[in-house]
Design a binder for this molecule. Structure first.
Ligand SMILES: *Cc1c(COP(=O)(O)O)cnc(C)c1O
Length: 238
């Protein structure tokens, strides 16, 4: 493909993403209204993992501002440039975080949704204190709960969630904004969303990050305040 054809294909892909973004926004608003909720109470996190900066830029240019990324290295490569062009963009880490990447993650992300173990709480507390001292903004934090208790998945077990949230707050001095979950792919998601909502309520947390391309409607019905939608906006990941 020559450069001109490549640019044209890029533009078409960008326009298609923006069109799908509008459809997802409309579906979110419908799901919220159907549940008697204000559509503005649900934030759409556009999950841009595996998509490069040129694929993300049209969605930013169309006015969308909240994005999700799974990998520190990948985000480090593409977001500094995008942020220069769109300083009010907000990027959330929604993938597992190694404690030795806590410093990078604190510097890069506006929210970290995958806090799930004491060693990570400790590492984040240290880096957040350091960032505060330097006058830098610090990320909001979500505790990930492994509602399906899947061994390969991150997140605290539902039975450990109350104690972990308390430890984050009391032992590590961390403000927790909400909870996040990724239900097992083979389960109906609603019971998992209901469980997350229940854990949040009894811990005094009002923010719930739950629901992806296939099930954000159900998540909104169960009280999601944040849905994380990737493929329904950017297309199937290669
Ligand atoms: C990839 C991913 C999403 C988005 O998934 P889609 O099915 O593409 O909408 C949401 N949340 C997490 C944690 C993810 O890793």
């Amino acid at each position: 493909m020559d450069a001109e054809a490549f640019a044209a294909a890029r533009a078409r892909a960008g326009a298609a993403s923006v069109e799908r973004l509008r459809q997802v926004e409309a579906a979110i608003a419908r799901a919220a209204r159907d549940s008697g909720r204000d559509p503005a109470s649900v934030t759409l996190v556009a999950v841009s993992k595996t998509y490069d900066a040129d694929s993300i830029a049209p969605v930013l240019a169309a006015g969308h501002r909240v994005f999700g990324e799974n990998y520190v290295q990948e985000a480090k490569g593409k977001w500094p440039g995008l942020r220069e062009a769109f300083p009010d963009a907000e990027v959330h880490l929604i993938g597992p975080l190694q404690s030795n990447k806590a410093r990078d993650a604190v510097a890069l992300f506006d929210a970290i949704q995958t806090l799930d173990r004491p060693s990570l709480a400790q590492a984040l507390a240290k880096e957040i204190a350091r960032a505060r001292e330097a006058g830098a903004r610090v990320p909001r934090l979500y505790v990930q709960v492994n509602t399906g208790e899947e061994p390969q998945k991150g997140g605290v077990a539902p039975g450990d969630a109350d104690a972990f949230v308390a430890a984050c707050r009391e032992a590590h001095g961390l403000a927790i904004e909400g909870l996040m979950c990724i239900p097992p792919a083979e389960d109906p998601p609603s019971p998992h969303f209901a469980l997350l909502a229940e854990i949040a309520t009894r811990n005094g947390l009002s923010e719930l990050s739950m629901g992806m391309s296939a099930d954000f409607g159900a998540a909104i019905q169960m009280g999601a305040t944040m849905v994380r939608v990737g493929s329904a906006i950017f297309g199937a990941r290669g």
